[in-house]
Design a protein around this ligand. Structure first.
Ligand SMILES: Cc1cc2nc3c(=O)[nH]c(=O)nc-3n(C[C@H](O)[C@H](O)[C@H](O)COP(=O)(O)OP(=O)(O)OC[C@H]3O[C@@H](n4cnc5c(N)ncnc54)[C@H](O)[C@@H]3O)c2cc1C
Length: 452
């Protein structure tokens, strides 16, 4: 049996800590043995703890840490077979050496394969390539009775039911032990990027609608502090993996890995981020961006992972921590994006990270997968802002009325009713869970909070 340590765990937002017994596990037998006696507070697998809220916590219960097993193989066709605890950043150098890249990557490379599958993460290419789960061929799942299931995308009806519910299933169908997924070509370790600056939200969104399909990657940073005519002004960066001819003569790009960042953000009892500093940061960031620049060759780190260079940047919000409010709404309801920026701006919620992306079609067969066709806005906000709870409750209503939803991997404040209304296939997920785990062995702080 693996080593067990009592630890207080949080998500990336540093809110809602809870204490659990954390057990390092390496193989299926060890996991099955631990599942034979799960205790009354149940069990949960945790990855790198990069989800923002309480998704990877199980207060008073057992948490499996799978990050000790880091082996993976890359086949000739570029597909990867990796243990769930492998960090995506550790795959990147080996993939690039073969002219390949991750099929989908979130805004940090410090997440695990298990976390990518369980949250069905999306990147800047959802409109083109879908979510991480769209590239998974098969996975191994250990369910509550200790059985190891090999379930494939093209497997039997029963296999597919487990497979698709596990994509986005937030660890509640069982423990993902290993998975096989496809990768995409990346002829160089650089991205060829077009950047445009927009003075208002309408022109930014119109440009995304008109042009995103011409690019593999697209993301807009929005100045979350701009108001009035400048509301929603932002910087749109779009691009694709660079071809060798495009990078010749350019200085070598840095190949990112899963290694720890070189610079650490200060650990401070009081947050230096306030309305003034964030306003100044946003103004400077906006002005620094070129009005229009085409064909810039950027290293993968600066394009995909700009925040990864600063270790522990989540601590700069101070002791109260922060939350990320991320919603998705259908194309027809793009006005919710404007209202969200207006309402959060009106209470002076200081945000230096507001990101707008477009989603392609979602995957209906995965009941808890977040993306739906349309817009997604993610805004970081410190929790200690007057009026924040009321504004977010109001925004929830607008999002739900539009047929939209909130992202479980970022959530720390949803109610059971918000979840039910946002995810109309929730009962399908509950039915799969009831079959696989009738005693409710797999659970989490998030699952208890949302009565999942
Ligand atoms: C800076 C930053 C940027 C981000 N950008 C994006 C983005 O662009 N797009 C996006 O989609 N997300 C984004 N995220 C969120 C992040 O990608 C997800 O929360 C991801 O799930 C984190 O992976 P993890 O390995 O840290 O998992 P954890 O946070 O540890 O766990 C997340 C969930 O996965 C489950 N899980 C983990 N491992 C297993 C396993 N082996 N078996 C079963 N269940 C398991 C856990 O139980 C939990 O429910 C970002 C997060 C940060 C901090």
């Amino acid at each position: 049996m693996g080593e067990v340590v009592t630890r207080t765990l949080t998500g990336w937002g540093l809110t809602m800590p809870s204490t659990a017994e954390v057990m390092s596990v390496f193989d299926a037998d060890e996991i099955a043995a631990a599942l034979a006696d799960p205790g009354i507070r149940g069990v949960l697998a945790r990855g790198a703890g990069r989800s923002y809220g309480d998704a990877a916590q199980n207060g008073g219960g057992l948490v499996f840490d799978l990050m000790g097993r880091t082996s993976f193989d890359i086949a000739d066709d570029g597909s990867v077979i990796a243990y769930a605890g492998v960090v995506l950043g550790d795959l990147i150098p080996q993939l690039l050496a073969r002219g390949r890249f991750l099929p989908v990557t979130p805004g940090t490379r410090y997440i695990t394969v298990g976390g990518a599958i369980a949250a069905d993460v999306h990147g800047k290419n959802h409109h083109r390539d879908g979510a991480f789960g769209d590239h998974v061929r098969w996975l191994e799942l250990i369910t509550a009775d200790g059985t190891l299931h090999h379930v494939a995308r093209d497997g039997s009806f029963d296999e597919q039911r487990i497979f698709y519910s596990t994509l986005g299933g937030m660890g509640l169908t069982g423990v993902i032990l290993r998975a096989c997924f496809d990768t995409i070509p990346s002829p160089t370790s650089a991205v060829c990027v077009d950047t445009e600056r927009f003075n208002d939200l309408d022109s930014l969104m119109a440009s995304m609608v008109a042009g995103d399909d011409n690019y593999r990657y697209s993301v807009a940073w929005i100045d979350g502090t701009a108001k009035g005519a400048k509301l929603g002004r932002g910087v749109l960066t779009r691009g694709d993996h660079a071809e060798p001819a495009q990078t010749s003569g350019q200085k070598a790009t840095v190949v990112p890995t899963g290694a720890a960042p070189r610079f650490a953000s200060p650990s401070i009892p009081l947050s230096p981020l306030n309305r003034l500093t964030i306003g100044l940061f946003n103004e400077a960031y906006f002005r620094r961006a070129p009005k229009n620049r085409a064909g810039e060759i950027q290293g993968l780190t600066s394009f995909f992972y700009p925040l990864d260079v600063l270790a522990g940047w989540n601590r700069v919000y101070g002791p109260g921590g922060f939350l990320q409010y991320q919603f998705a709404v259908p194309d027809a309801d793009s006005d919710v994006v404007r209202t969200a920026l207006e309402r959060l701006g009106a209470i002076g919620a200081p945000s230096f990270l507001s990101v707008l992306k477009r989603f392609g079609p979602g995957r209906l067969r995965s009941p808890l997968s977040f993306p739906i066709q349309g817009w997604t806005l993610a805004i970081d906000v410190p929790t200690r802002v007057d009026g924040l709870a009321e504004v977010l409750d109001d925004l929830d209503e607008l999002v739900l009325a539009a047929g939209g939803r909130l992202y479980l991997a970022k959530d720390s404040r949803m109610t059971p009713r918000t979840l039910e209304r946002g995810y109309p296939q929730l009962d399908e997920f509950r039915a799969v869970r009831a079959d696989l785990d009738p005693r409710g062995v797999f659970t989490s702080d998030l699952a208890r909070r949302l009565q999942l």
